[in-house]
Design a protein. Structure first.
Length: 150
């Protein structure tokens, strides 16, 4: 909540607001560096709400203290889905956040394994194609050489 208070208080130059006469003047009142953390937290909470629903999001928001925690809980919710609140309640906040880090490591391991499998499959297909195409290439090369040497 402190992120939003700071963005509201310092993210807009309220003293110059009465002098605004157009949209261009209004855009100059904002301080993007101050507003950016609040926007990031709002996006994380929006993703959390879309994934879990309002009731579960509000339940988890009571435990969120920093923007980094909001991002980590949102990433864990993306992985766990509807089991997020149950896991959070059973494990507690610190263990839940560590679980999110472990899940991220496992996801990277799965992606690396899938990439290795696809690379191996591509090598196997390439080898098989070379074996099948070799006689055809030899035949074509012989035909070209016969025409050239005549």
């Amino acid at each position: 909540l402190a992120v939003f208070r700071r963005a509201f208080a310092s993210g807009i130059d309220w003293a110059r607001l009465p002098a605004v006469r157009g949209i261009d003047d209004l855009a100059r009142l904002t301080r993007p560096a101050v507003l950016r953390p609040a926007v990031a937290v709002a996006q994380d909470l929006g993703r959390l709400n879309a994934r879990l629903g309002t009731r579960q999001t509000l339940h988890l928001m009571a435990a969120i203290d920093t923007p980094a925690e909001a991002a980590r809980i949102t990433r864990a919710a993306d992985a766990l889905g509807p089991r997020t609140v149950g896991a959070f309640e059973m494990l507690g906040k610190s263990r839940f956040l560590r679980l999110g880090l472990r899940l991220a490591d496992e996801v990277w391991a799965v992606l690396a394994g899938a990439f290795a499998a696809l690379t191996s499959l591509a090598g196997l297909v390439g080898s098989a194609l070379a074996r099948v195409a070799r006689p055809a290439l030899r035949l074509g090369l012989r035909g070209v050489l016969r025409l050239a040497l005549r």
